[in-house]
Design a protein around this ligand. Structure first.
Ligand code: BGC
Length: 583
């Protein structure tokens, strides 16, 4: 396999709306990101992934696209976009965009046209319109539920004012699903991809990449109404979806320039199903969510690493590790919450990664930094979510009237949704909106909590031992310590709570316990980097509680790379966590 830039890249996810506001409207923008490229260079990242910045009514903050060929005016102009790509490339940073092709916005020209057209017309064929059930068509065509809550169908009013057909939306009613069995749709997206590639974009993160096709007959799924029917296999992961990725893979290799990169957000119930997306002529990578959904537990984390690496080996691909994104609670909060191991095998990622409740943030940040060092030591690429490098917490106490996530709105407040991980970044402790916007600007689109002051970039920049400094050093030196091609071998430290492995001449150890743990003296380990203060001296190197260290080791008895057993871990399914889909 030839090496590609993405094999071991560190990709920084930019939630543009919340990164940096250059024009003072309280919303992050392209010019703001461009201003802060030096920050990203100093962090040492290889690429950015931009959450959708296309023209959108922002019902789901850009995951509802009205025009795929322009940027949203609130983010800037096409010239801003071109300038951003040029400067990023100049700084050696590649640019990935987000391709949302399962659905568009209800304000997309095609959907507007479909609504104005008669049932059965070609315009409606680009979406999933169906007649309702019941005498007057007053019931949805089937019992499927949307990911954001409530029925996955909405009824339209026909041009003559009568109650009409229903259309399918896997997410919000403002996000109608395309009918990918209609050839117009595939042709359209070829054009969209080519357009952004022609502007220098280096690849795409593919949103709900297991979506796109639904089972042809759209039959009821038993138990779908109250979620008692388990994963709805008819709504996701249909065999035809692979055709899209074969097409896009070929398109991305057309040139000019280097091959374009495709990484999928895929939630399927087994590794075998996931592997199908990673065939040599489909996606280059799929996010590995296994670490993200684990509690702070050595055996669980080790098992997640092992399963993910087994899968990578089988498919001949590299893992795309991640601990955070714009859909889940931030790691500093998750790891600072009481660990409920009995709840650690949820049926979906929401339960694992969107728990509420008290958090000890000092402990959470300490563990999150250690977890970051763990993933940065693993073979493959790493996706960091903006603010992770500052140790930002989830903002769980946003005022109700500030919340905007459709999950919050559609559940009538029963679920907090995802606003708490999307709060604008703090850059300067003493500036208005912590430096997110210029002086005199509008208030940030989501209010920032007081704790952001002490976590602001200017409080951590150049400060030894700050979270930012630790992330920078780990990102910038990982390739010096861990050769991208070096395989992982597990080490037995004699402590159940100490996860340890080597890759080449370096080792990574993570102490998941609450007491310091001494490494075996036979390891002759020399400390390279640590996620927390560590005292070196004497014969014994002890790894502090809740921390990670990178070591250089001369002599080591590498343990077998056999299965890691953990009490209570399901052994029957390799992917117990992926029972259902989630945004
Ligand atoms: C994205 C979410 C989005 C959903 C619908 C997800 O997978 O990451 O943020 O709400 O897709 O597009």
């Amino acid at each position: 396999m030839d090496a590609s830039w993405w094999d071991d890249a560190v990709v920084y996810q930019v939630y543009l709306r919340s990164f940096f506001d250059a024009n003072g409207d309280g919303i992050g923008d392209l010019a703001g990101l461009r201003n802060q490229l030096p920050y990203l260079s100093a962090l040492g990242v290889d690429a950015v992934w931009l959450n959708p910045c296309y023209t959108s009514p922002q019902r789901d903050h850009g995951y509802d696209i009205a025009d795929y060929l322009t940027v949203d005016p609130s983010y800037g102009t096409m010239d801003d976009f071109r300038a951003l790509v040029a400067d990023a490339h100049e700084s050696g940073i590649r640019v990935l965009m987000d391709m949302v092709a399962n659905h568009c916005s209800d304000q997309h020209a095609w959907f507007v046209e479909a609504l104005a057209s008669a049932p059965g017309s070609p315009s409606r064929e680009r979406f999933l319109f169906r007649d309702g059930r019941g005498a007057g068509g007053e019931l949805p065509p089937n019992n499927w539920q949307s990911v954001f809550g409530g029925p996955a169908w909405s009824r339209v009013t026909e041009a003559d004012g009568s109650a009409g057909q229903w259309y399918f939306h896997a997410f919000d009613p403002g996000q109608p699903d395309f009918n990918w069995r209609n050839p117009d749709v595939a042709d359209y997206f070829d054009e969209v991809l080519r357009f952004w590639y022609s502007l220098g974009v280096d690849g795409f993160r593919i949103d709900v990449a297991h979506g796109h096709f639904k089972q042809v007959e759209l039959n009821d799924w038993p138990g779908a109404e109250d979620d008692s029917g388990g994963h709805n296999y008819d709504m996701w992961d249909q065999p035809e979806v692979h055709e899209i990725y074969r097409r896009w893979r070929a398109l991305g290799a057309e040139g000019p320039g280097e091959e374009k990169y495709l990484v999928g957000e895929i939630w399927v119930p087994s590794l075998e199903r996931l592997a199908a997306y990673l065939a040599p002529d489909e996606l280059h990578a799929a996010f590995s969510f296994e670490l993200l959904v684990q509690p702070w537990d050595a055996a669980r984390m080790a098992r997640a690493v092992r399963l993910s690496l087994d899968q990578a080996k089988r498919t001949g691909t590299r893992q795309a590790w991640t601990l955070a994104n714009h859909d889940v609670h931030r790691p500093a909060t998750r790891y600072g919450q009481q660990q409920l191991l009995e709840d650690a095998l949820p049926t979906d990622m929401i339960a694992a990664a969107r728990r509420t409740g008290e958090a000890d943030l000092d402990l959470g940040v300490r563990r999150a930094t250690a977890a970051a060092m763990l993933q940065l030591a693993l073979p493959g690429s790493v996706y960091l979510y903006q603010g992770e490098e500052l140790g930002l917490p989830e903002v769980l106490d946003l005022p109700d009237d500030a919340r905007q996530d459709p999950i919050w709105l559609r559940s009538a407040g029963a679920e907090l949704g995802r606003d708490g991980c999307r709060v604008p970044m703090p850059w300067e402790a003493d500036a208005q909106s912590f430096g997110f916007s210029p002086a005199g600007a509008a208030a940030p689109w989501l209010p920032q909590p007081p704790v952001f002051s002490e976590l602001a970039v200017d409080q951590q920049d150049g400060v030894a031992g700050s979270t930012l400094s630790r992330f920078r050093e780990a990102i910038r030196t990982r390739r010096d310590h861990f050769d991208p091609d070096a395989e992982l071998a597990w080490l037995d430290s004699g402590h159940a709570e100490l996860l340890a492995f080597t890759r080449g001449a370096s080792a990574c150890v993570v102490n998941f316990g609450d007491t310091d743990l001494a490494l075996p003296t036979s390891w002759s380990a020399e400390l390279v980097l640590a996620s927390a203060p560590i005292s070196v001296g004497g014969d014994v190197l002890a790894i502090p509680a809740n921390s990670a260290a990178w070591l250089r080791i001369d002599r080591v008895a590498a343990a077998s790379a056999g299965p890691v057993q953990a009490d209570g871990v399901h052994q029957d399914s390799p992917f117990p966590l992926l029972e259902s889909t989630a945004p």
